[in-house]
Design a protein around this ligand. Sequence first.
Ligand SMILES: Cc1cc2nc3c(=O)[nH]c(=O)nc-3n(C[C@H](O)[C@H](O)[C@H](O)COP(=O)(O)OP(=O)(O)OC[C@H]3O[C@@H](n4cnc5c(N)ncnc54)[C@H](O)[C@@H]3O)c2cc1C
Length: 234
Amino acid sequence: MINILDLFTNTQIKLIDKKREAGDKYVFYFKPISPIDWKAGQDGIFTFRGKKIEGKSLRIFTVASSPDEKNIIISTIIVDKPSDFKDKMRAMEIGDSMFLRGPFGIFVLPNYNKKVALIAGGIGITPMRAILKDLEDKDIPMDVTLFYVDSKKDFVFKEVLEASSSKNSKIKVRFFEDRDSFTEELSKYVEQNKNDSLYFISGTPKMVKGIRMDLKNKEILNQNIVSHRLLGYK
Ligand SMILES: Cc1cc2nc3c(=O)[nH]c(=O)nc-3n(C[C@H](O)[C@H](O)[C@H](O)COP(=O)(O)OP(=O)(O)OC[C@H]3O[C@@H](n4cnc5c(N)ncnc54)[C@H](O)[C@@H]3O)c2cc1C
């Protein structure tokens, strides 16, 4: 029987930097030991080798870097008492290795013709960073508005997102600390753009479900909504 995981290349990646960005949000920077190609917005399966992990021995994380950046950037929440997997990630030292299968996934801009709203909750920002950086790298003048809500006010990647926007006047980034102002501004955008825009949503399953329902109630067609659920978070 074919193991589906065998269909994806498994690449060794070495830690080159690790930062505690804000609160319990960490960012990890890895250098692949052989080149990896991916599309902005895709996810990978991350594992350790030679370490005994209690519980599940793999995690899916979104690659938050663009293909032109070459290195793999991921960001995750590591709480005080995390899973053993994340405990091992937090303990990693520069030069330590993980393994990455993929990347794969469909949370990728289908073309650059239609305007798009990128809607991110908390750590759901990871694919949005990759997508905006990719547009910047390729110098694509696409009409994009990022709606980024984080009630913890951590706003991981704030600087790089603002830099993408300052280099391209068609890219707008909006940061929201509370759900009400976020909902209000997103509703205004939907009212103005209706089905002339795509809606890319990334966050916890609960958040994605709620926004999807709101959009459908506002008569946004399924074909214009793309969801990215960070399964594993409540
Ligand atoms: C397609 C896809 C893409 C993904 N991309 C990412 C990504 O880019 N970044 C990312 O971090 N995850 C991502 N995930 C989720 C990731 O795979 C893990 O499921 C998730 O990070 C939880 O990890 P953990 O099981 O190690 O639990 P831990 O995060 O270690 O949590 C341990 C326990 O604490 C609870 N907990 C965690 N956070 C909190 C909190 N803030 N408050 C209260 N309780 C909490 C959890 O519910 C759990 O019970 C993605 C998942 C999918 C399917």
